[in-house]
Ligand binder design. Structure first.
Ligand code: GYE
Length: 316
């Protein structure tokens, strides 16, 4: 009965969302998927802000597949939305579909992640975090922590985000560039954990079996993978946050709770709240105004260097 009702009601709800456009603007948005609390928070924020701004939103979830995103962008073109936005799962492979949008005269906004194209001028701007800086901040925390503990040799294992994605590439580059100047730091291995909790778990199990007590630090590119990794450290008989330094990125509520328990040492914030900037930018583009090519949100670092009990509710 419930399923039937949902099936009957869903298309109606979608239409309502698109028709809620007091501004006369329809925005097509292709989201990557629902792989993390970050992503779910990002989708929710974009839906809420579209509603608040009176912008009609046509949102499609690509279930982590680039092909689905390309198909969604083609549907947005056919539907003749005013502006197209998307969070590209990987950086390469967008030239053709973006040329089609350009020929149709529809401006493109990149949300969250960047792309690499052969042709220039296919997109108007990028609204997303400075991932390189997040990697630098993670490494700077580690250097301070090693100083405080008086460590002379630091073995690091890395659990990386989706291969060929901007946050994976930039977080790794920022981190590696920063530790390169510190002769105590040694990276034992880096593996792609695809930003998924299940992969974080698998990677950590492998690391514990292969390196065991040699591991001093886990640098994980997002909270989901960190939360997947922690029980594997415990199962192997070590205390996360004490025997092994745990560094994560995102700052969702679940990870902040674990930071408060002392099982994570540092979480670099990456905010999913990009909806407001997205709506403002889409409105400017509709009016034919120019927009800033890159918009980075302001972000902070949460760690055992501060009074963690005072960190307020995160909202994602
Ligand atoms: O860190 C991760 C998500 O692109 C910033 O994607 C985003 C990343 C985020 O799945 O949790």
């Amino acid at each position: 009965m419930t399923v039937l009702l949902a099936a009957v009601m869903l298309p109606g709800c979608k239409k309502e969302k698109e028709e809620n456009n007091q501004t006369g603007l329809v925005l097509g948005f292709s989201q990557i998927g629902s792989e993390s609390a970050w992503r779910i928070g990002n989708t929710k924020d974009i839906e809420e802000q579209a509603e608040a701004y009176g912008i009609g939103l046509r949102l499609e979830n690509a279930n982590q597949k680039q092909d689905n995103q390309i198909a969604a962008i083609r549907r947005f073109i056919a539907y003749r939305v005013d502006v197209i936005a998307f969070s590209p799962v990987v950086e390469e492979g967008w030239d053709n579909v973006l040329m089609e949008a350009k020929e149709a005269g529809i401006p493109i906004i990149l949300v969250d992640r960047d792309i690499n194209t052969e042709q220039e001028g296919l997109t108007t701007c990028l609204i997303g975090a400075d991932f390189y800086r997040e990697g630098v901040q993670a490494a700077e925390y580690l250097i301070r922590k090693a100083d405080r503990l008086g460590l002379e040799h630091v073995n690091i294992v890395e659990i990386g985000g989706t291969e060929n994605s901007t946050p994976m590439r930039q977080r790794q580059a920022g981190f590696m560039d920063t530790i390169a100047g510190d002769s105590r730091m040694h990276v034992l291995e880096s593996i792609d954990g695809d930003f998924l909790k299940s992969r974080g778990e698998e990677c950590m199990r492998y690391y514990m079996e292969k390196y065991g007590e040699q591991i001093d630090v886990v640098f994980s590119h997002n909270d989901e993978m960190t939360i997947g990794a922690i029980p594997e450290i415990e199962k192997a008989g070590f205390k996360p946050g004490k025997d092994i330094i745990i560094i994560s990125i995102d700052g969702g509520q679940e990870a902040i709770n674990v930071l408060k328990e002392g099982k994570i040492n540092c979480v670099v914030e990456c905010t999913p709240k990009l909806g407001k900037e997205l709506m403002e930018t889409a409105l400017k583009l509709k009016k034919g105004e120019t927009v800033d090519p890159v918009i980075h949100p302001v972000e902070q670092v949460f760690s055992d260097e501060m009074n963690v009990s005072q960190i307020g509710p995160r909202g994602y």
